[in-house]
Design a protein around this ligand. Structure first.
Ligand code: AMP
Length: 632
């Protein structure tokens, strides 16, 4: 491991030298004066004074050498269409969308919310924002109106981009009514909404003065030329909201220069994606993986990127492997839940296609269990790289780095600390360093490397308080994950230290779900915990106290209220946050000071020993949880 060790050592001990070298992977309009400015810990400024542009680096600089190479291949098994765009074509489309946004008044620094299905226009829109220095905030299409409204109020966009609808598993999902509702709920709605018609909603009605038809406006801007706006490296490129332990989602703010350098370097050292090759990332542009590894990184590297609208099992469970074969994909990035879904299907799908182009499969977003890791590695006969990161980091924190050194992989382990991260395992009690095989908190000694979040949008104090105040003795970044390092130095991630759960790779705050459950008029209070799920990793489970219990005496009455509560969660947050079940009790287990004992509830729900019960105020509450679980 000498190659990896030396690479990592240098990235920490000679930070400036190391990152100055990586910074050569991108174009700078104006060179930076300082690699790192760290005068106000924990706020790190990278490549200070340098001017660049993400869109220039993703598109313009490749035009001479690879203008006719495919930049984007869009495949939809929902509408049975496939379209390819060369670098030159994407360049033209992006300029057209940029011109459209400028015509609607968008200026540098303005926020643009993108609430769209997986269509090429959404891809162009992200790059168009980058081109004109606007700050995009992509909101995952599965989020409900209230969630969208909360993000609108926080980001205060001047423009919102959406579509009439999308499709999931062949079923139409309308976007426009939900957008209308979110704009009704928002205190600071944008003045303009640009709507792409896909033909999903023939009765769609535009709001006069606010709604603008995408296709009509696009026709007016055919052939438009919009120059890149050069921005200082530390200006914001985007905001991406993520769940935490409070009900209020955090806007993860990212910079421009540091992000471009980090992504370009990751393609070289981690993902081994070369110019002219093809990358297939199966995520959605609404998540950080989609931002980094569907849109920006593959283009920064001069690759062809595949954007897929659909699910892994439709028309059949071979669809992803067929895509790899047909497009000669070299690098693939997916999530453990998807692999667990495929594992339940006929293994013949994996041997049916020619996967010889594929170099690696990378998996991230949630714990990758050993059996799934082993199964997919043996079935593919390719290295399957588990790697660990977060919305906040924007690129891997723990991973094997085959571009640096081909270290042996261990099933269930995301290998080692990635260069740039001064990673530590710290004891929760006193922030001292844990030994081998000792469970501790995964922490990063700041400054965070390039590409990581710069702050919480509009709230520097929250950035420091949330991430850097976990240990009173040391100002370190807490990942809020438990981890362990074995005798050979390999890391294993053991789950969250906070009340955040991970459902099929998507992070959800239990507090957020509790707030949504409590929106039902007949719910007095509730507790939501994450319980182990064989397919999705975890699922939320709710325990609720009803105000009026008269209807809960019958099983039908309970079922009815459960259904209503689930509907409330769907309306507030979206179906991704819907609890697996809602159990009704008359009191929740709490400490004497009134804190809900979620861990205890979780232990019971997962059939584990709840451990120390001395802090509980009324043991009767536990009996109720047990009984309600038995009733199922
Ligand atoms: P998100 O920001 O939504 O991508 O969620 C990040 C969280 O997902 C991390 O803090 C971990 O809890 C979990 N996670 C991501 N990748 C992995 C992995 N490879 N192994 C275990 N947990 C992971």
């Amino acid at each position: 491991m000498a190659g990896y060790r030396e690479f990592h050592r240098r990235s920490i001990e000679d930070r400036d030298g190391f990152w100055a070298e990586q910074a050569k992977l991108i174009d700078w309009h104006k060179p930076f004066g300082k690699v790192l400015e760290y005068a106000r810990p924990p706020f790190a400024k990278w490549f200070v004074g340098g001017e660049t542009n993400l869109c220039h680096n993703a598109l313009d600089r490749h035009l001479a050498a690879r203008g006719e190479q495919k930049a984007l291949v869009w495949i939809s098994t929902e509408v049975n269409q496939e379209k390819s765009f060369t670098y030159r074509e994407v360049h033209a489309e992006v300029q057209r969308v940029a011109a459209m946004m400028v015509s609607l008044g968008v200026k540098k620094g303005d926020r643009v919310i993108i609430y769209m299905p997986m269509v090429p226009e959404a891809f162009f829109a992200m790059l168009a924002c980058a081109r004109i220095g606007a700050v995009h905030s992509v909101v995952f299409g599965g989020f409900a109106a209230a969630s969208l409204a909360a993000r609108i109020d926080d980001a205060r966009p001047s423009l919102m981009l959406t579509a009439d609808g999308g499709s999931r598993m062949g079923k139409t999902v309308l976007y426009k009514p939900l957008v209308d509702e979110s704009l009704r709920l928002a205190k600071n709605p944008p003045a303009k909404v640009l709507i792409l018609r896909r033909g999903f909603d023939v009765n769609m009605r535009n709001v006069a003065g606010r709604d603008v038809d995408w296709q009509e406006l696009a026709a007016q801007h055919a052939g438009a030329r919009v120059a890149c706006t050069w921005v200082e490296s530390n200006e914001p490129s985007y905001i991406l909201y993520t769940s935490g332990t409070t009900g209020q989602p955090k806007g993860v703010q990212r910079d421009v220069g540091g992000y471009a350098v980090a992504l370009a370097a990751s393609m070289k050292h981690i993902f081994c994606g070369d110019a002219g090759e093809t990358m297939f990332t199966t995520s959605d542009i609404g998540w950080v993986v989609g931002h980094s590894y569907i849109v920006y990184a593959p283009l920064l590297a001069g690759m062809t990127t595949i954007m897929y609208e659909g699910v892994p099992v439709r028309p059949d469970a071979g669809i992803w492997w067929k895509i790899v074969q047909d497009h000669r994909a070299n690098v693939m990035f997916s999530a453990p839940t998807a692999i667990r879904v495929l594992k339940k299907q006929d293994p013949a799908y994996l041997s049916k296609y020619d996967l010889s182009s594929l170099k690696h499969l990378f998996l991230a977003g949630e714990p990758l269990d050993e059996p799934t890791h082993q199964w997919i590695a043996e079935a593919l006969k390719k290295p399957v790289v588990d790697h660990y990161w977060q919305t906040e980091s924007g690129w891997p924190i723990l991973s094997a780095m085959p571009g640096v050194e081909k270290t042996p992989l261990k099933y269930g382990s995301p290998s080692f600390a990635v260069y740039g991260y001064d990673l530590r395992l710290l004891r929760e009690s006193d922030a001292s360093e844990a030994g081998a095989d000792e469970k501790a908190v995964v922490a990063i000694v700041p400054p965070l490397p390039p590409g990581c979040m710069s702050t919480v949008w509009g709230d520097d104090e929250r950035f420091v308080k949330t991430y850097f105040s976990n240990f009173s003795k040391k100002m370190v970044y807490s990942t809020f994950d438990w981890g362990i390092r074995d005798q050979d130095g390999y890391y294993f991630i053991l789950g969250r230290t906070d009340d955040v759960i991970n459902v099929a790779g998507h992070r959800l705050g239990t507090r957020e779900i509790e707030e949504a459950v409590s929106m039902h008029a007949n719910i007095a209070e509730c507790a939501v915990v994450g319980v182990a799920d064989a397919l999705k990793g975890q699922m939320p489970l709710a325990f609720a106290v009803a105000k009026d219990t008269s209807k809960l005496v019958s099983a039908e009455g309970r079922k009815h209220l459960e259904k209503e509560v689930m509907q409330t969660v769907d309306n507030q947050l979206g179906a991704i946050a819907r609890p697996r079940a809602v159990h009704f009790v008359t009191l929740l287990p709490k400490t004497r000071s009134g804190k809900t004992l979620r861990r205890l509830i979780q232990a019971l729900a997962e059939g584990r020993d709840p451990g120390d019960l001395t802090t509980i105020e009324d043991p009767g509450a536990l009996e109720q949880i047990r009984n309600s679980l038995k009733e199922g």
